[in-house]
Ligand binder design. Sequence first.
Ligand code: EPU
Length: 416
Amino acid sequence: MDKLKITGGRPLEGEVRISGAKNAALPIMCAALLTEKPLALSNLPQLRDVSTMAKLLGQMGVGVERGDGRMTLHAREIREPTAAYDLVKTMRASVLVLGPLLARCGEAKVSLPGGCAIGQRPVDQHVKGLQAMGASIAIEHGYMSATAERLRGARIVMDMVTVTGTENLMMAAALAEGETLLENAAREPEVVDLANCLRAMGARIEGAGSDKIRIQGVRSLGGAEHRVMPDRIETGTYLAAVAAAGGKVRLTGTAPESLDATLEKLREAGSRITVAGSSIEIEATQRPNAVGVRTAPYPGFATDMQAQFMALACVANGTALITETIFENRFMHAIELQRLGADIRLEGNTAVVKGVERLQGAAVMATDLRASAGLVIAGLVAEGDTVVDRIYHLDRGYEALEKKLGQLGARVERIG
Ligand code: EPU
C-alpha cells in the first residue's frame, strides 16, 4: 500500500489532535544515551522515524519499552557505540547519536549519511564542534570514527545555523568537562524542548532558544520523565490544507507560540485564525490570497513548511514568490505540482507561482517528506483523483495522516 488516492474538492471540517513533534522526539530519544538511568517519554508520535531511532538505539544495547504514545529508553550500558549505514541512510537524524555516544563512551562510529533528495546536507559542523571539544574524528570507509578521553568544554562558533548540529553539540557538552558556549546556535523550539529534557536529567544549560547556549558540563546525568512538545510542522500542514481547500477546523494539542511565522502568513492569505490555549481554529471561506514566503532559520518561516505553502500558492488569487534559502534542492514538488496544472516557474532558489482557479487530479510522485505533504494539499483541492506514489515518505513524519484527514471529511485512501 504505497499510494494515497485523494479525491479533491471538499472543504475540511471538524477537529484533529496534533501529535508530538518528530524533530523533537528524535534528539530527545538520543539523550537517553547520556545516562544509565531510564528516560520515560510521553506524547511520542507513532512514526516510522521514531521506530527507526528505537531500532538504532536498540542495536546499541538500549532497552526500549513502548506503549501508547510512551516510550521508556534505558541505556544501562552501551554494548556497541555504532550507527551502521543501513539505518543511517534511511534517516539522517541518526547522526544525533554521535555527540551522546562520544560523551558517554569515549568512542563512537557513525556512518556518514550520504546525499539526500533536498540537498547535500553535510555534517561538518557537528564534526568541527566535537573536535573543538577535544575529540579525534577520522573519516574512514564511509564512517566517522570518533574517540575522546573526556570531552572538554569549548567556545564554538558555528558557520551556519544548524538544528541537529546544535542538538548534537549540546548533548555532548552536557557531559563534558567545564563550560561550552555554542554561538550562532539554532533557536528552533525543538532545541528548547531537548534542553528542557536534558535539564530534567540534571544538565546545566542556559540560553536555549537564543543564539548563545551556555552549558556547564556535569559528571553524570540521571533519568527523567519528559513530554515531547507538539509538532509545529504537522500543525502548519493541516492549517495550510484548510487555507487551500476551505472550511473550518480546530486543531488541539498544539503549541501556537511556535507557529508565529506560519500563522502570520495564513492570516495574510485571508484565513481567520483563533488561538485559545493550546487549540488553533482556522476558517477559510474564500479563495486564498497569494502570499510569498522566504524560508529562514527559526523564528523565520520554516523550510519544512515551504512545500505546503507552494501548494497553497498554486490555487491562490495572484502571484507568489517562494524563496528557499536553507536547502539547495528543495523544489522537487514544483515539477509534480505542475502535473496537477500548477503554473510555476523556477528561477534559481525562487519559485514564481501564479495561482490558477483549478488544479486537476493526476498521478504524482512524492520525493521527500514535506514535498509529499505539499502534494497531498494540492490533491485535496484538485478536481478528481490525485494518486500520490511513494507515500512511505509521509509515514516518516505524519501520524495517521489518512485517518486524520478522513476525520475532517476528506476523501483519502491508501491503495496498492
Ligand atoms: N549544514 C551544513 N553543515 C552541517 C550542518 C548543516 O552545511 O554540519 C547546512 C545544511 O546542508 C543546510 C543548513 O545547514 O543547508 C541547515 O541544515 P540543518 O543542519 O539545520 O538541518 P538538519 O538539522 O539536518 C533539521 C530538521 C529538518 C529541517 C532542518 C531545517 C531534524 C531531525 N530535521 O535538519 O527537518 O528541514 O532542520 O530546519 O530536526 C523534515 O522534518 O522533513 C526535515 C527535513
